[in-house]
Design a protein around this ligand. Structure first.
Ligand SMILES: Cc1cc2nc3c(=O)[nH]c(=O)nc-3n(C[C@H](O)[C@H](O)[C@H](O)COP(=O)(O)O)c2cc1C
Length: 382
């Protein structure tokens, strides 16, 4: 494992980072499909990156995640990798964001690296094959056992249909098609894409209400989440949470890309004009703080999926400690390497072990056999 980690950091990453990020992404998706198409390929990848340790699974909204780390929306946007991602160490994948019709996305370049700031500048503009083609693909390939498949839904991003009404129709059509085809274990409404022609248009109380009033009529019997923006002040954010809860949402993903270029560690890496949202490190603190505040506000019964700037196992634990039930990531896997998911699973297992021995110690203390140590008041450990 150590060898693969060093090989990625010192050899493969410096080479990959010389090439256009979208081309590298296409290469990895193709390689993932190839490895995923044979038992030998899956076994090989699983030997290198799969997690084989104590149980770290979690059940969230009735869905069992073998590892509570999900590949966030945007990497496998066309649903091509459901045969390999368990072997890479993920417990799930969020396919999409998917729109009702195929969407060409923004003009290239759609992706660039801000290496010193550990971030990607993402200007994809919801490029995807459209819901029908993606349903067909997901139906035609057996997913790896245990892998949870969620689907993120967004509106089409054609300039000519960039009206609120058209966008609401797009969301509703995509959601209804997915629900009818019984594809996906859960659905996420991406209400906060920073690169669509309508902007973050549904991260706004009135429009969100209109969207949800329409979606209330869709027959969906799976958990529904919303992907939240991370650039709002707390009062505006809380208002959106209230609306989502009124409409029976199971939880939220906190959150999407950061639009504020002042958050880059190195200001020289900022594009001259707005050219997409930032992933990775510039998202970390904002999302963790919103997770903490949301958990304090909603209590334990509302799911929070923590996403944004998880670049190490410590970052993952920080999000869980703040109140997240599950984790999602992309950029950490690219900057640190595909061993990150296994590192996180191991950190979780170590924690569970130390909590278990802690509980044993506490019961011994109660029996008068041991002296107490430092208490663990940590929700994520329970
Ligand atoms: C290349 C790329 C494409 C993305 N596309 C989407 C998308 O289609 N829908 C979505 O909800 N989020 C999208 N995102 C945002 C991620 O899901 C995630 O919220 C964000 O990158 C923060 O996580 P990270 O720091 O682990 O990358 C995209 C991110 C990246 C890097």
């Amino acid at each position: 494992m150590f060898l693969f980690r060093v090989a990625y950091q010192k050899l493969l990453k410096p080479i990959l980072f010389c090439f256009d990020p979208e081309a590298v992404h296409r290469l990895f998706v193709r390689a993932g499909e190839l490895f995923g198409s044979t038992a030998a390929g899956r076994w090989l990848v699983g030997r290198v990156y799969g997690y084989r340790g104590p149980d770290v699974s979690r059940v969230v909204d009735g869905i069992r995640y073998p590892v509570p780390v999900v590949l966030a929306a945007g990497f496998d946007y066309n649903g091509r990798l459901t045969q390999i991602l368990r072997s890479v160490g993920f417990g799930g994948v969020e396919v999409g964001s998917v729109s009702a019709r195929p969407c060409a996305g923004n003009e290239p370049p759609r992706l660039r690296r801000a290496v010193r700031s550990q971030s990607l500048v993402v200007y994809k503009g919801l490029k995807n094959d459209g819901v029908d083609r993606i349903i067909e693909r997901l139906q035609s390939r057996d997913r790896q056992p245990g892998l949870v498949v969620g689907v993120s839904i967004a509106m089409n991003n054609d300039p000519e249909t960039a009206t609120v009404e058209a966008a609401i129709d797009d969301y509703a059509t995509a959601l209804e098609r997915l629900a009818q085809a019984d594809i996906g274990d859960y659905y996420t409404l991406n209400i906060s894409c920073p690169n669509a022609h309508l902007g973050e248009n549904f991260a706004h109380p009135d429009r969100l209400r209109r969207l949800l009033a329409r979606l209330d009529t869709a027959a969906v019997n799976k958990p529904l989440y919303a992907k939240m923006p991370i650039g709002l002040d707390w009062d505006s954010f809380r208002e959106l949470i209230d609306i989502l809860r009124e409409h029976g949402f199971s939880g939220v993903i906190i959150g999407n890309l950061n639009k504020d270029y002042a958050s880059l560690d190195d200001a020289d890496e900022a594009p001259d004009a707005y050219r997409g949202g930032l992933s990775g490190k510039p998202c970390r603190e904002l999302s963790t703080e919103l997770i903490r505040m949301t958990r304090a506000y909603v209590g334990p019964e509302f799911t929070i999926i923590g996403c944004g700037g998880i670049l190490s196992a410590a970052d993952a634990l920080e999000k869980l400690d703040a109140g997240a039930d599950l984790l999602q990531l992309i950029t950490g896997m690219i900057f640190e390497g595909p061993h990150l998911m296994r590192d996180i699973a191991r950190a979780l297992a170590d924690r569970r072990l130390s909590t278990a021995s802690r509980s044993r110690l506490d019961s011994n203390v109660a029996d008068g056999r041991e002296q107490p140590g430092r208490a663990h008041g940590n929700r994520a450990l329970l």
